[in-house]
Each structure stands twice: as structure tokens, then as C-alpha cells.
Design a protein around this ligand. Structure first.
Ligand code: KG4
Ligand code: ZN
Length: 333
């Protein structure tokens, strides 16, 4: 089954062609640059940019896959969570394509898309694992017991982990979005330079909190001379990253112990973080757990993961009604 997927929930316009939900033929991602000078995503501009880009990006994805619209067996697009004006572009376009070609259509939950990225990246992966879903909008530990059957074990009580990376990057003058920039800069810094707080140390809790950590970095920067901050920028980035990664690792280990699951799958943009991958690899080695994560281009927002999730539902004979709406605050379950 050849699925065309569309992703327009935030500031990436993406189209992909995926076979049977497991094999990527093409995955074209256009990251909108228009937001950079505002230091964050401007919803109205995101929607307008998606409208401008969606047709050429889809044509590029079809061309790269060596397919035409006539070859597509079904269409999938994100319906939420995300920015409503942005979501509506991909969702409406996918509905129109399905309606006009008479092919089925499935509206995909963006969070389920992130989970599906691992099924795309690891063809032999079964459907039972713990996933640490870490993105710009979400931070959750989810037990997967068959695709579509989820138990949320913990989540952030305030900021998402990616949001903390982005806000700290902004404080340090590293631009937006800044997760990858912190990751790069931290490689040359000392993670033990400052001990920033690790929130919710109580092992009985699996939830996360990142807003205190962000504030601690902001206060540190405010209370030290600018020259000193500039001189130790890499050390501060590394120290912040260490605190964020420690919190993610500690709670993930607790969830792994509690569930007894033998596979940990990372998903979402922050899953691209090199320190998070390294620390979780060490923890998993110790526990005898297999760690998997998608390649970086499938961690951050992309349409291949949306096509993969849509394909799994369509292969089960499930379809979405044409009157389904975009839902900005859609939950995983
Ligand atoms: O999954 P994603 O593309 O979008 C959402 O659904 O939110 O995640 C984007 C987030 C941003 O906050 C970005 O800074 C973060 O992922 N990110 C990273 C890295 N690469 C992207 N955070 C830490 N380290 C990275 N290497
Ligand atoms: Zn995402």
C-alpha cells in the first residue's frame, strides 16, 4: 500500500511517500525560515507559508519516489495537535486529494506519528515498547502495547523538554529553534561547570518539570557579567543539557523497571540529542534493554512518520470521515 503523507502542524511543510508503513520512498521537508527573526513560530505566517509550499513539496515528494498521484493508494495528514491554521492546510489538502481520487484518507495524531517513526526506521521492531516522546510541544513516557494501545506513564507538568532547550538557546543567544545548537555547543563544554536543579527527584513520580531549570539558567545569566557568560557559553549549555538529560534518563529508567519492557524507543525532535542518546544507551546497556531511535530527519517533524501511522490504520481498514476537523490540543489518548 503506497501512502502519501502530509505534515503541516507547525513550521515544517513536509510530504512523503511510504510503502506499507515501513519503507520510505521519499520524505521532503521544508523548514520555514520566515520565523527566525521573530525568535519563535508566528502561527499566521506558518499557515500562509504552508499554503505557498504544499503543492510544490508534494510534487517533489512524488517525483523523488518515482510516483504520480495515480499510484497513491491512500492519503494521510496530521489533524492535531498543532497550530490550527497550519494543520488546516495539510488536512484540507489531503482530504481534497482523497476525495478527488476516490482513495481512502486517514487523519493522523501527530504524537502517534512520532511513535510510528521508530517502526519506519527499524523494520523488525515489534509493537511492544516504552517510548520516550520528547519534542517541542510534548514530553511523555508512553507504554506501547500494540500500535494504537497506549498507557501514558508520565508527562511534563509544565514546559516540554524541547521548549526548555529552545528557551535556554534564546537566553544564550543561540537563535531559534535552539535544541540542535545547544547539542553542538555542549560538545565543547563542561557538563559539571554548574549544577543546575534536577526537578521532581522523588522516585515515586514519573512526571517531568522543566520550567524551573529554564528559570535557573535565566537567573544564572542575569546574575553574572556578560563577558563571563560569553567566555563560558559552552559550559553553561553543557550544564543545562546535562540537567535536562539527567531528568529524562532518571524517569525513563524508573518506567523501564516498573514495566519490565525490554525495548526503549526514543521519538520526537529532542530524540536527536546526542547526549540523551549516549546516556540512555549506557542506562539501557546496564538494564539489558534494547535502545532504538530514528535517524535525526525522522525525529523532528516529517511527513514520512505521518504516512507510516496513516498506513497502519488504513491497512486495518480504518478511515477518517471527511468532516474531521483540525484539533490544536489533541491528546495522544
Ligand atoms: O518533534 P519536533 O520537530 O516538533 C514538535 O513536534 O514539537 O521537535 C522540535 C524540538 C525543538 O524544540 C528543537 O529544539 C528540538 O526538538 N531539537 C533538539 C535537537 N534537535 C531538535 N533538542 C535537543 N537536541 C537536539 N539535537
Ligand atoms: Zn513533532
Amino acid at each position: 500500500m503506497i501512502i502519501l503523507g502530509l505534515e503541516t502542524s507547525c513550521d515544517e511543510t513536509s510530504a512523503a511517500v511510504v510503502v506499507d508503513g515501513r519503507r520510505v520512498l521519499s520524505n521532503v521537508i521544508h523548514s520555514q525560515l520566515v520565523h527566525r527573526r521573530f525568535g519563535g513560530v508566528v502561527p499566521e505566517l506558518a499557515g500562509r507559508e504552508h499554503i505557498r509550499r504544499i503543492v510544490p513539496i508534494m510534487n517533489e515528494a512524488l517525483g523523488a519516489a518515482g510516483k504520480t498521484l495515480a499510484d497513491i493508494d491512500g492519503f494521510a495528514a496530521t489533524f492535531g495537535p498543532g497550530l490550527v491554521g497550519a494543520l488546516l492546510v495539510g488536512l484540507s489538502f489531503a482530504k481534497a486529494l482523497a476525495y478527488s481520487t476516490g482513495r481512502p484518507f486517514y487523519a493522523v495524531n501527530h504524537l502517534e506519528g512520532h511513535i510510528a517513526a521508530n517502526l519506519l526506521a527499524h523494520e523488525e521492531l515489534g509493537e511492544e515498547f516504552l517510548t520516550l516522546l520528547v519534542s517541542g510541544g510534548h514530553t511523555m513516557l508512553v507504554g506501547v502495547n500494540g500500535f494504537g494501545n497506549y498507557t501514558v506513564m508520565g508527562r511534563s507538568l509544565d514546559d516540554a523538554s524541547g521548549e526548555a532547550f529552545d528557551k535556554v538557546a534564546k537566553i544564550l543567544g543561540l537563535g531559534y529553534p535552539g535544541g540542535a545548537a545547544i547539542d553542538d555547543l555542549a560538545k565543547t563544554g563542561n557538563p559539571a561547570y554548574i549544577r543546575f536543579p534536577r526537578a521532581l527527584p522523588d522516585p515515586a513520580r514519573i512526571d517531568f518539570s522543566f520550567s524551573g531549570l529554564k528559570t535557573a539558567v535565566a537567573l544564572y545569566v542575569k546574575n553574572h557579567p556578560p563577558e563571563e557568560i560569553q567566555h563560558h557559553l559552552a559550559d553553561i549549555a553543557a550544564s543545562f543539557q546535562e540537567a535536562a538529560v539527567d531528568a529524562l534518563c532518571d524517569k525513563t529508567v524508573i518506567a523501564l523497571r516498573r514495566t519490565g519492557l525490554s525495548v526503549l524507543a526514543l521519538s520526537g525532535g529532542v530524540a536527536a540529542n546526542s547526549r540523551l542518546r549516549a546516556k540512555l544507551q549506557a542506562a539501557c546497556d546496564h538494564l539489558g534493554v534494547r535502545l532504538v531511535y530514528p535517524p535525526s530527519e525522522l525525529c523532528t517533524d516529517n511527513a514520512a512518520m505521518i504516512a507510516a501511522a496513516g498506513a497502519i490504520h488504513l491497512l486495518r481498514g480504518e478511515q477518517s470521515p471527511f468532516d474531521i476537523n483540525a484539533i490544536p490540543y489533541q491528546k495522544l489518548i
